[in-house]
Design a protein around this ligand. Structure first.
Ligand code: ARG
Length: 466
C-alpha cells in the first residue's frame, strides 16, 4: 500500500523501496501514531469534517489496533510498509474499510511524524530522568555510607590535595543533577503541538489546534507551520543531553577503571560487572565501565551526525529528516541502559578505605597546607611555595615522605619548621577539615552537601513517581 499512488505509473526500484523505508525503525512509534490519529479524528468530527458515525467507526478501528498492539507489542515486527503511518492506515482499512481513507484529511505525514516525535521525546526525557535518579540514588548512598574516608584528590592525575570520598562522589552527583535539569529543558522545548501544520502551510479545515494540544497533553501550539514540520532542534537537544550524560558516565567510568587497578586499589567491582581473560587466569577486568566509556563515543558520533543532517536543509520538510529516528532511538536506548548499569555498578562497588587512606601519605598532599601555614606566620606565599617545593624535592630524591623527615633536616629548607608544621605535614585529615568553605571538602561542608543532595533527590524521586 502507498499513500501517494495516483501521480505515478511506473514502479519503484525495489532497492529504492528498501532504501527509503522507515517502518523497521518507526514502528516503535505505533502507539503514538494511534493516539494522535484518534485525537485527530475526534477533532475532525468536532469540526464537522467527519460525520459522527464515520468518526465513531474510525475511533473504534484505532482502538482495536491499539488493543492488539498492547497485547502484542511485536505484532508489526517483520512486516513490510513504507512507514508506520502507512502501516496504520493499511491496518485500519482492513478493519473499517474505505472510511479509513478519510483519516488523513487535512493532515500530512509531515505534521504527524513531527507530533509523534515530540511525544516520544517528552516521554523518553522522563525515562532518562528516572534512570538518572537511580544512579543519583546509588551515588548518594555510597556518599552517605563512606562520606568521611580521606583519599588523594588529583589534578592532571597527579596527587594534589586530600579530599573526602563523599566530596568526590558528590562531584558526580552535581553533573548528573545538571543532566536531569537539561532533560527537563528538553521536555519543555518539545512540549508543543505540530498537528494542524499540514505538510507545510497549515490546513484548510477548521481544526481547533488548542483543543487538540490539550487532548494530546501538549502545553502549547507550534506558532509556525513551516518551522514545526521541519524543526528537529528538539531532537538535537535531546541528543546533546544524552551525549553529556554519556560524557559524565565516561569520566566516572575512567576514574573507577583507574581506582580499581591494583596500583590504586581504592575500589573493586562486583564480579557481576567484571570479566576475566581467556589466557591470564588472574585477571579481573572492568569491562562494564570500559563499555560505558566506549559507547559514549558512539553517542557523541550520533549527535555530530545528526547536526550535520540538519545543516543546509531548505525549508520546509525534507526526507533527510527521516534519518532522525535511528540516532534518536539508539541514543536513548543506550543511555538508559548505561545509566542503569552504572547505578548497579555503584550499588555493588566494594570500597577500600585502607587503600585510600594509605595513599594520602604519599604524594605530599599536605604541601599546600604547609605553605598556607607559613603564610599565616607572615612568610609571603611565593617564598613559602619555594621553601616547601625544595623540601618536597629533597624528600622525593631520597624516596621519602613528609612522615620520614627529621626536624633538623626539614629546617634546612623551611627555617620556621617546628612541631606544628610537622603536624600539618603528616595529617591529611586535618587538611580536609581546614577547607571549610562553602563547596569545600571539610567534613562539615560535605555533611551539609549530602543533606542538601538528599533533600533534592527525594523531591526529584517524588516528582518522577507521579
Ligand atoms: N517516514 C517519514 C519520516 O519519518 C514520514 C514523513 C514522510 N513525508 C514525506 N513527505 N515523504 O520523516
Amino acid at each position: 500500500m502507498k499513500l501517494w499512488g495516483g501521480r505515478f505509473s511506473g514502479r519503484r526500484d525495489p532497492l529504492f523501496e528498501r532504501f527509503s523505508e522507515s517502518f523497521s525503525l518507526d514502528q516503535r512509534l505505533v502507539a503514538y501514531d494511534l493516539r494522535v490519529n484518534r485525537a485527530y479524528v475526534q477533532e475532525l468530527a468536532q469540526a464537522r469534517v467527519l460525520k459522527p458515525s464515520e468518526a465513531r467507526r474510525l475511533v473504534r478501528g484505532l482502538d482495536g489496533l491499539d488493543r492488539r498492539v498492547a497485547r502484542n507489542p511485536h505484532w508489526a515486527r517483520g512486516q513490510a510498509a513504507e512507514d508506520v503511518h502507512t502501516w496504520v492506515e493499511a491496518q485500519l482499512t482492513r478493519i473499517v474499510g474505505d472510511v479509513a481513507g478519510k483519516l488523513r484529511t487535512g493532515r500530512s505525514r509531515n505534521d504527524l511524524v513531527a507530533t509523534e516525535t515530540h511525544l516520544y521525546v517528552k516521554d523518553v526525557a522522563r525515562d532518562l530522568q528516572r534512570a538518572l535518579a537511580e544512579l543519583l540514588r546509588a551515588l548518594l548512598a555510597l556518599a552517605q555510607r563512606h562520606a568521611r574516608i580521606v583519599l588523594p584528590g588529583y589534578t592532571h592525575l597527579q596527587p594534589a590535595q586530600p579530599i573526602l570520598f563523599g566530596h568526590y562522589l558528590l562531584a558526580y552527583y552535581e553533573m548528573f543533577m545538571r543532566d536531569v535539569g537539561r532533560l527537563e529543558d528538553c521536555r519543555h522545548r518539545a512540549d508543543e503541538l505540530p498537528m494542524g501544520a499540514g505538510a507545510l502551510a497549515g490546513t484548510t479545515f477548521p481544526i481547533d489546534r488548542r483543543r487538540l494540544a490539550r487532548e494530546l497533553g501538549f502545553a502549547r501550539v507550534a506558532s509556525n507551520s513551516l518551522d514545526v514540520t521541519s524543526d528537529r532542534d528538539f531532537v538535537a537537544e535531546l541528543l546533546f543531553a544524552c551525549t553529556l550524560v554519556m560524557l559524565h558516565l565516561s569520566r566516572w567510568a575512567e576514574d573507577l577503571i583507574i581506582y580499581s587497578s591494583p596500583g590504586f586499589g581504592y575500589v573493586e567491582l562486583a564480579d557481576a560487572y567484571a570479566t576475566g581473560s581467556s589466557l591470564m587466569p588472574q585477571k579481573k577486568n572492568p569491562d562494564s565501565l570500559e563499555l560505558i566509556r566506549g559507547k559514549a563515543a558512539s553517542i557523541l558520533g550520533r549527535l555530530t551526525g545528526f547536526l550535520a543532517l540538519l545543516k543546509g536543509l531548505p525549508l520546509a520538510y525534507d526526507r533527510d529528516l527521516q534519518e532522525d529516528k535511528g540516532a534518536l532511538f539508539a541514543s536513548a536506548d543506550t543511555v538508559r541502559e548505561a545509566l542503569i548499569l552504572a547505578a548497579r555498578v555503584a550499588h555493588t562497588l566494594r570500597i577500600s578505605p585502607e587503600r585510600m587512606e594509605a595513599m594520602t601519605h604519599q604524594g605530599f598532599l599536605t604541601a599546600t597546607d604547609l605553605a598556607d601555614e607559613l603564610v599565616r606566620r607572615g612568610v609571603p606565599f611565593a617564598e613559602a611555595h619555594e621553601q616547601v617545593g625544595k623540601l618536597v624535592r629533597h624528600c622525593a630524591e631520597s624516596s621519602r615522605t613528609f612522615t620520614d623527615l627529621v626536624d633538623g633536616e626539614a629546617r634546612k629548607f623551611v627555617p620556621l619548621w617546628d612541631r606544628r608544621l610537622r603536624a600539618v605535614a603528616v595529617s591529611p585529615e586535618r587538611a580536609t577539615a581546614r577547607r571549610n568553605v562553602a563547596g569545600g571538602t571539610a567534613p562539615a561542608q560535605v555533611a551539609r552537601q549530602i543533606a542538601l543532595a538528599e533533600r533534592a533527590l527525594a523531591a526529584l524521586e517524588r516528582r518522577l513517581a507521579r
